[in-house]
Design a protein around this ligand. Structure first.
Ligand SMILES: Nc1ncnc2c1ncn2[C@@H]1O[C@H](COP(=O)(O)OP(=O)(O)OP(=O)(O)O)[C@@H](O)[C@H]1O
Ligand SMILES: [Mg+2]
Length: 259
């Protein structure tokens, strides 16, 4: 199982859209076995896959009360099916905020190794684990990054995206002593055809030195409609431009991961 985290410390730049679209396409089009993990207390990707429960068990229990840390839960017990045959999910909810605080206050050595330990249990069951991260580098996200093979960093043009990408790269560098093989790949999201967009894209691909997807995901109102409907975009609209772009992203991703 390859673990792919979608993370950027900026809000509303398409992390959840990217994670949900990639997970859906890998599972329902490419027939991979996919485990979606919600690492955001907002629970947005849990909502997208219809498994959000404000009081339900999920990522909090995995980090706090897994058998690997003396608790009672196995990973399998925390996994739920979704409406899609090839896609399962470990959901999250607002309790994840409290989990972060608890882990932060503990001074145990396994504090940031818990997600990795729990994923070992299912590493032969799934081909891909797609993690939708929250926008803070909190204990949950640190746990995920320690275990991740790749981090997709979505970047939306029109703010402080260059600074955000540099920040992310620096923080991932700091984790390299624990996870030396972690890779990052920047993905432009909500691309529009204006001068600023093209300039940032040019900088990213030619001068920044960061590995990035050739595909840039375009902006379309249909993406917002899919979010409002709580449905993965490629399911909501098979043919829209954003779905086409995510298909190309998945093509690049598979070429990258499987050769
Ligand atoms: N390609 C796109 N074109 C138009 N709108 C988009 C696109 N991608 C995402 N959006 C919209 O932008 C908003 C934010 O997207 P999303 O929820 O994926 O961001 P996020 O980074 O996960 O946010 P948060 O930081 O709150 O978790 C949503 O309303 C979504 O529908
Ligand atoms: Mg999100």
């Amino acid at each position: 199982m390859k673990i792919i985290a979608v993370m950027n410390q900026k809000g509303g730049i398409g992390k959840t859209m990217t994670a949900a679209s990639i997970a859906y396409l890998l599972g329902e089009e490419r027939m991979k076995k996919v485990l979606v993990v919600d690492a955001d207390q907002q629970g947005n990707i849990s909502m997208t896959f219809e498994r959000f429960e404000p009081e339900g068990a999920g990522m909090s229990e995995l980090l706090e009360r897994h058998q690997a840390v003396g608790g009672t839960y196995s990973t399998a017990e925390l996994i739920q099916t979704t409406p899609y045959a090839h896609i399962d999910i470990i959901p999250a909810n607002g309790y994840l905020m409290r989990t972060n605080m608890k882990l932060l206050l503990q001074e145990k050595e396994d504090q940031i190794l818990r997600f990795a330990a729990a994923m070992l249990e299912v590493q032969d069951v799934y081909d891909y684990c797609i993690v939708d991260c929250g926008l803070l580098m909190d204990m949950t996200v640190t746990n995920v990054l320690v275990a991740a093979d790749m981090v997709i960093i979505p970047a939306k043009v029109g703010g402080f995206e260059i600074e955000a990408i540099e920040n992310m790269q620096e923080q991932i560098e700091d984790l390299r002593s624990i996870n030396p093989d972690i890779r990052t790949k920047v993905l432009m999201t909500m691309r529009q055809k204006n001068q600023t967009s093209l300039q940032v894209e040019g900088w990213l691909k030619e001068t920044s030195g960061h590995d990035c997807f050739t595909t840039a995901v375009r902006r379309s109102i249909i993406a917002e409609k899919a979010t409002m409907a709580h449905v993965p975009l490629p399911k909501f609209s098979k043919g829209c431009v954003v779905t086409q772009d995510y298909k190309n992203v998945v093509y690049e991703l598979l070429k990258d991961m499987e050769g």
